[in-house]
Design a protein around this ligand. Structure first.
Ligand code: NAD
Length: 365
């Protein structure tokens, strides 16, 4: 495998391969870009079919984190890590503490957090060996569950999208369809109902749907129909790939604004298809940045109000993305990538900012 060829194409600064025979730890830490600050991104545990697949995943995810932090105006770079193996068989205190030592060895260039198959308890074991951890339990000084802040950011991003596309200042009286009423989708439904929106919901877990029907008067919809309802806003809050060749022609909405990651099955093609249909798409990595904003706040001493306030700034971020997209005739996804790139490039030229960002790390150490 030509690793240097692969990472120079994606612009990665550093890849660390971590191996520990005693605990069975095989992990890869990818530091994509530290121009704006330390590379922050979650640790994912997955039983990858091959080492190549794990490397590809960590390279893709860490690059995404750079863009998310940059467009959100945070003093953070992008990174991510993966632990290779079956979480049910491999998890142990020793494994996570060993991983923590590898994270620590980078001296704060990479800050880790929870991701798929990693629980708060696992991160607390990592935190026994390093200070470069976020997203730990509020009981031990962390920011805890990020989903309320993610949902608050998504709600504000949805309102910005409604303002731009429909000229409305409020969601009062609008119809919103939410696909997936888990941690984020559930909170989002409540924020929308509080402001007077008519909320339609679908989830593979019927209990979650029933609870929202009782609590906020949400209207239940069949799983296969939620994306094609005639509504003002469709909010994907379940899994990735929900906007694709099959679903895009069926949409009967003018706005897509939801928290799910990787909503576009093919980023370039499907962003263009939505633009073609004049459906406004809130880029997922922008509108769901509340989770990252929450852990960023944790680095500075966690204050839930400050996190919510910063997440509400997603409103202005999206409005400027929509303006750029309109002015330049590009997709909203291209516009947000461009704003992120411009910020990294302009700040990259400022000699001493890198030091400032590194100093920030030592506050946490
Ligand atoms: P969650 O697991 O709590 O909720 C997901 C919900 O989707 C579950 O209730 C599940 O039953 C449902 N679901 C799964 N498949 C479905 C389908 N085919 N149709 C309808 N419903 C389906 O997860 P979450 O934390 O609410 O995250 C939701 C999405 O937002 C994910 O894509 C996640 O990556 C993204 N996200 C979450 C956060 C966060 O702070 N939790 C931050 C950024 C992005």
């Amino acid at each position: 495998m030509a690793i240097f060829e692969q990472i120079s194409g994606t612009g990665h600064e550093q890849i660390v391969f971590c191996n520990d025979k005693a605990t069975g730890l095989k992990a890869i830490i990818a530091v994509h870009d530290t121009t704006l600050g330390p590379a922050l991104g979650g640790c994912r545990m997955w039983d990858y079919k091959s080492e190549e697949e794990a490397l590809e995943d960590v390279l893709r995810l860490s690059r995404g984190m750079t863009y998310k932090a940059a467009v959100s105006g945070l003093a953070l770079g992008g990174g991510k890590s993966v632990i290779i193996g079956d979480p049910k068989k491999l998890k142990s205190e020793a494994l996570f503490r060993t991983f923590g030592r590898f994270v620590d060895s980078l001296g704060g260039r990479y800050i880790t957090a929870e991701d798929v198959n990693i629980r708060v308890k696992d991160m607390e074991q990592v935190a026994l060996e390093t200070n470069f951890v976020t997203g730990i339990n509020s009981r031990v000084g962390g920011s805890g569950d990020p989903s309320p802040v993610t949902a608050w950011g998504t709600f504000n991003g949805l309102k910005a999208s409604v303002k731009h596309q429909l000229g409305k200042d409020s969601v009062n009286g609008l119809k919103v369809a939410i696909q997936g009423t888990g941690a984020v989708g559930g909170h989002l439904a409540r924020f929308l109902a509080d402001e007077g929106a008519e909320v339609f919901v679908a989830d593979i877990n019927e209990k979650k749907v029933d609870a929202l029907v009782k609590e906020i008067g949400a209207k239940p919809v069949e799983l296969s129909k939620i994306h094609s309802l005639e509504v003002d806003v469709f909010a994907p809050c379940a899994l990735g790939g929900c906007l694709n060749d099959e679903t895009i022609p069926q949409l009967q909405t003018q706005v897509i604004a939801g928290a799910a990651n990787n909503q576009l099955l093919d980023e370039t093609k499907h962003a263009a298809m939505l633009k073609e249909r004049n459906i406004l798409y809130a880029p997922d990595y922008v509108i769901n940045a509340g989770g990252l904003i929450n852990v960023y706040q944790e680095l500075q001493g966690y204050d839930p109000e400050a996190a919510r306030k910063r997440a509400a700034g997603i409103y202005d971020t999206l409005l400027s993305i929509y303006e750029t997209a309109d002015n330049q005739g590009i997709t909203t996804l291209q516009a947000s990538d461009k704003i992120a790139d411009d910020r990294i490039n302009s700040v990259g030229g400022m000699k001493d900012l890198r030091n400032t960002a590194e100093n920030q790390l030592w506050i946490n150490a």
